[in-house]
Design a protein around this ligand. Structure first.
Ligand SMILES: Cc1ncc(C[n+]2csc(CCOP(=O)(O)OP(=O)(O)O)c2C)c(N)n1
Length: 662
């Protein structure tokens, strides 16, 4: 063994000690992975990853994603040891309120944490998205003399991640797309949470991945030299395939009482910590121990990494000077366009247009895509229906890494996880598309996007019973409201083409969270009674007065999306004291100052009726106890859309009757 291997082996045991002490201190957490993968961590953070702990967001760094987020102490130990701004104090505060070492890794909370993980399998999807971003970046920015982007994505996943559907969707996509900048390390320890893994899985993972276009190696995950060799082989592979390294490990290694068993997965082993620490060669009286020689090794390694990064920056500087256009494009990723600027790019729709809002979306998208060359579109095999195509550009695929349209296949969950990967990376702005009713298939990734404040855009169409003949399986009724309940997910359901233009601008100006645009399948009329600039700007505020009363206010009618036309028609019957409020986005409206909200919905007027072709519950917060909702607390019907609306009572007459009954 060389000095380096000896020191890395020692570091691995000290990382085990940090995990044991941290989990012991807070009496919770997961020991199995940090102990079982300690040698893998030592090789990655002590040797193999091309990163710079002083610049955790360095553009050309290798990205490491811990898909098995429950093993967060793995990440915190190695980030600490390798010199990121994760102090020993923070390691000691594992899982303590407001520490940067939360229970599961959270993006933006901890330097060096590339993705929020914990829901198993997500991280694999994110890593695939980052690999797409890496390919796209290399294609756009590298030149013959300067390879500015040549980084790898490294993802560590356990049996749990590998069992999840999203992982398989994402892996199949990666194999098909030949994402050869992706290395997935499978911590294969034959244990999950409840039991030995053979109680729930018997597949041949190597064969499975080979069959979907990956290169596969299997290695002893505790053999530093063997693992490093496999990792380097994966990094240098010229096969054009993504790389799977199956690392056979012993879960909880270092705590003999639980190692290799399901008891080793969680915090159970912590009660044996004193004996374990002795067995690992850690001093009994010094918890959170790191030896001087290990510290010195990592200091030296960090200095090497910093020098390598500095060399890259010299190349990068030369590249910037030589390629002003590419430089401007790269820099544009950090610039946030204002909604007003974006809206100015979208021509007004003809006043006599009769378009579905999905078609208006297609038309709004084209000038925006021209304005924002790093905007990426994609769809889960529904381009023809969602119309989320950047028409001037080609598909992203293995032969054209510059393409801006990603065909995800029918993989809604992975599509959203991959979009998160693109958004974590930050260079590209992803928008993805499917039918709204299938938001449930991508929802776990949408939730992480909302939590991690990722500006992903979901163009989800066919947003109501207006779908018509396809029937209740394809007609969302609860979906819009369910999504409106998700914190930090802006749901926008525009009423006509001009509101749709506003919705696109609203989504694209947002940098601190995702936006879902719920668009219609069916054509809607232009709401010409409302001036177009009011419709556009109103969406930005979430809710606005669409029709102002011309007599003392008696009633307020509220609506969103394609049912706004019903409220507008009802107002004509109800008379001059009726106000119509368009409410395309609850969350955006709720973020407005109290005075604005009061000006739109004056508390003095309690005769309020909301109408929407969806579940009624959420509207209660705007119509109040005295108001009524014309909604749909049941599933839809298979028939032409106008018939379904009539049959289910979502009509102008119903709105008028509800208002008159107050
Ligand atoms: C989607 C999801 N389902 C369930 C869980 C709860 N959970 C956390 S870890 C785990 C078992 C994971 O097994 P494995 O990946 O083999 O991890 P190891 O036991 O090797 O640490 C489960 C079920 C989760 N975090 N995410």
């Amino acid at each position: 063994m060389t000095l380096q291997t000896l020191l890395l082996a020692k570091a691995a045991n000290q990382a085990r000690g940090l995990a044991i002490d941290a989990v012991h201190a807070c009496s919770s957490g997961h020991l199995g992975l940090p102990l079982g993968c300690a040698e893998i961590g030592a090789v990655l953070y002590g040797h193999a990853l091309s990163v710079n702990p002083e610049r955790p967001r360095w553009l050309n760094r290798d990205r490491f994603v811990l898909s098995a987020g429950h093993g967060s102490m793995f990440l915190y130990s190695w980030l600490h040891l390798s010199g990121y701004a994760v102090s020993l104090d923070e390691v000691k505060k594992f899982r303590v309120l407001h520490s940067i070492t939360p229970g599961h890794p959270e993006f933006r909370e901890t330097p060096g944490v590339e993705a929020t993980t914990g829901p198993l399998g997500q991280g694999i999807g994110n890593a695939v998205g980052m690999a797409v971003a890496g390919q796209m970046a290399a294609a756009r920015f590298n030149t013959a003399e300067h390879a500015i982007f040549d980084y790898h994505i490294v993802c560590l996943a356990g049996d749990g991640c590998m069992q999840e559907g999203v992982a398989m969707e994402a892996a199949a996509f990666a194999g098909h797309q030949k994402l050869d900048n992706l290395i997935l390390i499978y911590d294969s320890n034959d244990v999950t949470l409840d039991a030995m893994a053979d109680r729930t899985q018997s597949e041949n993972t190597a064969a499975r991945f080979k069959a979907i276009g990956w290169d596969v190696q299997t290695v002893d995950g505790h053999d530093l030299a063997a693992f490093l060799k496999a990792f380097n082989k994966a990094k240098k592979a010229k096969s054009g395939k993504p790389q799977l390294v199956i690392a056979k490990t012993v879960i909880g290694k270092g705590i003999p009482e639980v190692a290799g068993t399901a008891k080793g997965h969680g915090e159970g082993g912590a009660k044996f910590s004193e004996g374990a620490r002795a067995g690992l060669g850690l001093p009994a009286d010094r918890h959170f121990f790191v030896s001087d020689d290990v510290r010195a090794y990592f200091a030296g390694h960090k200095a090497r990494l910093v020098r390598a990064c500095n060399r890259w920056h010299r190349r990068y500087k030369a590249w910037r000077l030589a390629h002003p256009e590419k430089t401007a494009l790269l820099d544009s990723a950090a610039a946030t366009p204002s909604a007003a600027h974006l809206l100015a790019k979208i021509p007004l729709f003809p006043a006599d247009a009769k378009l579905a809002t999905r078609a208006a979306g297609r038309d709004a998208l084209q000038p925006l895509a021209a304005e924002l060359p790093l905007l990426i579109g994609g769809s889960a095999d529904l381009y023809g229906s969602t119309l989320n195509v950047i028409a001037s550009d080609k598909d992203f695929d293995a032969t054209n890494r510059s393409g801006r349209n990603i065909r995800f296949g029918i993989r809604e969950h992975a599509m959203a996880a991959i979009a998160n990967g693109l958004a974590y990376d930050g260079l590209f702005r992803p928008s993805v598309a499917t039918f709204l009713v299938f938001a449930d298939y991508s929802r776990p990734s949408m939730r992480i996007a909302a939590l991690a404040k990722l500006p992903v855009i979901y163009i989800y169409t066919h947003d109501s019973i207006g779908v018509g003949e396809d029937g209740p399986t394809h007609q969302p009724v609860e979906t819009v409201s369910a999504l409106r309940l998700m914190p930090n997910l802006d749901v926008i359901r525009p009423a006509d083409p001009e509101e749709t233009a506003g919705a696109f601008a609203a989504a694209l100006e947002r940098t601190d969270g995702p936006t879902l645009l719920a668009l219609t399948r069916q054509a809607v009329p232009m709401l010409n009674d409302i001036p177009p600039h009011i419709r556009r700007a109103g969406v930005l505020k979430g809710g606005y007065v669409a029709v102002q009363e011309t007599a003392p206010l008696t009633h307020i009618l509220l609506s969103a999306g394609s049912e706004l036309q019903l409220a507008l028609a009802a107002a004509k019957t109800l008379g001059a004291g009726t106000r119509v409020v368009s409410m395309p986005s609850f969350l955006r409206f709720d973020r407005q100052p109290a005075e604005y909200r009061e000006s739109i919905l004056p508390s003095s007027c309690r005769k309020r009726v909301a109408v929407e072709a969806g579940v009624s519950g959420l509207w209660a917060k705007y119509v109040g106890l005295d108001g009524k909702v014309v909604g749909l607390d049941r599933f839809g019907l298979s028939a032409p859309a106008p018939v379904v609306y009539r049959e289910l009572g979502v009509t102008t007459e119903a709105v008028v009757a509800a208002a008159q009954s107050l």
